[in-house]
Write a protein that binds this ligand. Structure first.
Ligand SMILES: C[S@@+](CC[C@H](N)C(=O)[O-])C[C@H]1O[C@@H](n2cnc3c(N)ncnc32)[C@H](O)[C@@H]1O
Length: 270
């Protein structure tokens, strides 16, 4: 039994199912989960979809009557499908509402933060979750431009805060990342889920995490190192595994992916 804690539209789950595994597929986004269910229909009861936040992993497994599992995968963040849906508000390339919720029942949207937070708090979010060096300037400009209604309006406000000249990435990239992390409380969910994952793994089984930005990768790296020092995990990746150049050509969104994996020892390590 493998847990895909971020099943999305089911790509990884399909690969696991077609190799004979039984897969619990968790996602907090009901639309993604419905697409995964549709895609994985042929596997029948070997695919168990669960709509939930993975921060409740222990409870989810208990409710399925599972004490231990044979592997857990986290593929963090957004899916390409999210970015291709302007109405979800994740993309600054296409006009959409300032939403950014993965779970539509989450009461807080990006618009609530952008239009409601004090300037200092907004700047803190942009700095901490976006590592945005112009955080203060952007927060000031956002407050001055309120109310902001759409993703493209926000992207234009952010772009005004950057010095002229060519940027390596779009000026709004870090602001959108920061708001999305705040709206979905992504770093706390990850921090809460990792120890639950280790507790649920049977000896010999593997925990695998794919992170897409340095904040979540740092959480994963520190957690795995601490667990390895305590003898609860054996690191399988000393350095994160990065995609090869040809994969990035095929799938440019993979360019920042970093995979780390660790195994629960068969016998406790000294
Ligand atoms: C990068 S995508 C996964 C793509 C998937 N591996 C595939 O092959 O299609 C991440 C997915 O995790 C979901 N997600 C992110 N954080 C979550 C959380 N805390 N709990 C549950 N699902 C989460 C998102 O809704 C998104 O669908």
């Amino acid at each position: 039994m493998i847990v895909d804690a971020t099943v999305g539209t089911g790509g990884h789950a399909e690969a696991l199912l077609s190799r004979g595994a039984t897969v619990v597929g968790i996602d907090q986004d009901p639309e993604s989960l419905a697409l995964a269910q549709d895609r994985l229909r042929e596997f029948g009861e070997r695919f168990l979809p669960v709509r939930a936040n993975f921060r409740r992993l222990r409870e989810i497994l208990e409710s399925l009557g599972l004490e231990k599992v044979d592997g857990i995968l986290f593929d963090l963040g957004l899916s390409s499908w999210h970015l291709a849906r302007p109405e979800r508000g994740f993309s600054f390339q296409q006009e959409g509402p300032l939403d950014m919720r993965m779970d539509p029942e989450n009461p807080i949207t990006a618009g609530d933060l952008v239009n409601g937070l004090p300037e200092r708090e907004l700047a803190r979010i942009l700095w901490e979750y976006g590592e945005e060096r112009y955080a203060e300037r952007i927060a000031r400009e956002i407050v001055r431009s309120r109310p902001l209604r759409t993703t493209t309006e926000l992207a234009r406000v952010v772009a005004r805060c950057y010095p002229p000249g060519r940027q390596r990435i779009h000026p709004a990239t870090r602001t959108f990342q920061a708001l999305r992390i705040a709206v979905n409380d992504e770093l706390s969910a990850l921090t809460e889920a990792l120890p639950q994952a280790v507790a649920a793994l049977r000896p010999g089984s593997v925990l695998c995490v794919i992170a897409f930005h340095s904040l979540e990768d740092r959480i994963v790296k520190r957690f795995l190192r601490k667990e390895a020092q305590a003898g609860r995990l054996r690191l399988l990746t000393k350095k994160p595994v990065r995609p090869k150049a040809e994969e990035v050509v095929r799938n440019p969104r993979a360019r920042s992916a970093r995979l780390r994996a660790a195994q629960v020892p068969e016998v406790p390590l000294p």
